[in-house]
Each structure stands twice: as structure tokens, then as C-alpha cells.
Design a protein around this ligand. Structure first.
Ligand SMILES: [Zn+2]
Length: 243
């Protein structure tokens, strides 16, 4: 369908399930720490942010994550994030599953955000199992120093899914259910290469339209009802009728 038809279909839909990836945030100028365009050496990034690196050299890990953390805190939502939040204000049920960890969907005002790869917003102690606000340890992130648990004194870990770690099952399960119950499924800024995220669009019902906006083609383009390789911040506001 063309953009006018896609816009009409979206107007009729009540339940929208959305998967967003790194491309959602790169339009805000924020690099993805997993694909590491710009911020980190792509040859070593998967080791720098590997869970073994964190366990073996936490000082180096925190020193390496400092610029990414700073950028997340200082970055604002873009037109794409704001359009999704607007869709919710129009009275629709908007479920967002995201591969991003930067909280930009929440900053934009979206209320249902399912973080598949965790979040920069909290840290956890793997010994006493408590979670803390990362902002309570802001001076550690700002200086690249290792934060310690105020209860038991062990090293705190960001609530991010690092290389070498499995994605938590609960957000994935919620996303599969949301995709099954959706009137429209949208994929925004996700290249759909990494497993198990690349299986998620397959959970929608056959008659449920799939919309994809991503800078590069994906393996689902052929079966999608609407595909654009333009910027999310340009196309999504047009679809939602706020441009
Ligand atoms: Zn602890």
C-alpha cells in the first residue's frame, strides 16, 4: 500500500504493536552501543561490552561505557519518538518493544515500553539482587568509575543485556503476545538480523498488516504491506497525521 492507504489503515486500527531498534535513536544522534557506529571501535565493541569483560575488568568496562551513558542522558527524543507518543494520545493502544536502552520513548511520553535489551536507567547487584536508579550513581558514570552496592558492597552492573548474555524471556513473551493481538504491527529502525528479535514479526496473524520503516531493506520487506527506507522522523509523522 502507499502512504495514503497506510495512513487510513492506521487510523482504523485500535491496537498498534511496535518494534523499534537502533535506527530509532540514531535519528536523535545517538549511536548504538551494540553496533557501535561512531562511538566505539567496531572491531572490539563486542568484547568491550561482553559480560566477561565486565566480570574480569569492571574498571575498563565502566570507563568504556561512560561516553555512551553521557550521550543517553543528554539526548532528546526525535520526531519519530514524539509521533509514537502522539498516536497514544489519539486514544490508541500502543505497545512498544524496543532494542534501544536509552529511555527516549519514555522521555517522549510513551507509556507501554518493553525493553528487550534492558535499560541504562537502573543498575543491579547480582549478590543481593537489588536494583537501584542509575542516576543515584551519576558521579560514577560521569567519571567512568565502578559503582558498588550500598547494601552489600559488591560491584553494580547496569541493567543492560551485554554480549554473551541471553535476552530476558519476559519482555520477549509480552512482545509475542502483543504482536498476536495487534491490528497493525510496525517495525521502526530495526534491521531484523539478530535472533531472537528477527522472529518477532512472524508472530503477527496473517491478516495483520506489517509496516516497516528502516534505512536498509529487511528480510520482511517482501511480506510487509508498507515499506519505507526513508527517515522514521519524516515518514511516521505523515502516517500518524501530525506532519
Ligand atoms: Zn548488593
Amino acid at each position: 500500500m502507499n502512504i495514503t492507504e497506510a495512513k487510513k489503515a492506521l487510523q482504523k486500527a485500535q491496537k498498534i504493536a511496535v518494534l523499534t531498534g537502533a535506527g530509532m535513536s540514531t535519528e536523535s544522534g545517538l549511536p548504538d552501543f551494540r553496533s557501535n557506529e561512531g562511538l566505539y571501535n567496531p572491531l572490539t565493541a563486542d568484547m568491550t561490552f561482553h559480560v566477561k569483560m565486565f566480570r574480569t575488568y569492571p574498571e575498563r568496562f565502566y570507563s568504556a561505557i561512560k561516553p555512551f551513558y553521557e550521550q543517553c542522558v543528554n539526548t532528546s527524543p526525535n520526531a519519530g519518538h514524539l509521533a509514537l507518543a502522539e498516536l497514544e494520545r489519539q486514544g490508541k493502544s500502543v505497545f512498544i518493544a524496543t532494542q534501544t536502552v536509552d529511555r527516549l520513548h519514555q522521555k517522549a511520553g510513551s507509556s507501554i515500553v518493553n525493553e528487550l535489551y534492558g535499560t541504562i536507567d537502573t543498575v543491579n547487584c547480582r549478590t543481593c539482587k537489588r536494583h537501584f536508579k542509575a542516576s543515584d550513581f551519576a558521579e560514577f558514570f560521569a567519571t567512568g568509575k565502578v559503582p558498588y552496592c550500598p547494601i552489600c558492597g559488591k560491584i553494580l552492573k547496569p541493567d543492560l543485556v551485554l554480549f554473551g548474555e541471553r535476552l530476558p524471556s519476559e519482555p520477549l513473551e509480552k512482545t509475542r503476545l502483543a504482536f498476536m493481538g495487534a491490528d497493525i504491527v510496525m517495525v521502526l529502525g530495526a534491521s531484523l538480523r539478530a535472533s531472537p528479535v528477527n522472529t518477532l514479526p512472524g508472530y503477527r496473524f496473517k491478516e495483520t498488516p506489517l509496516f516497516i520503516i528502516n534505512h536498509a531493506p529487511t528480510q520482511y520487506d517482501e511480506v510487509a504491506e508498507f515499506v519505507s527506507h526513508e527517515k522514521i522522523g519524516d515518514i511516521l509523522p505523515q502516517l500518524i497525521g501530525v506532519a
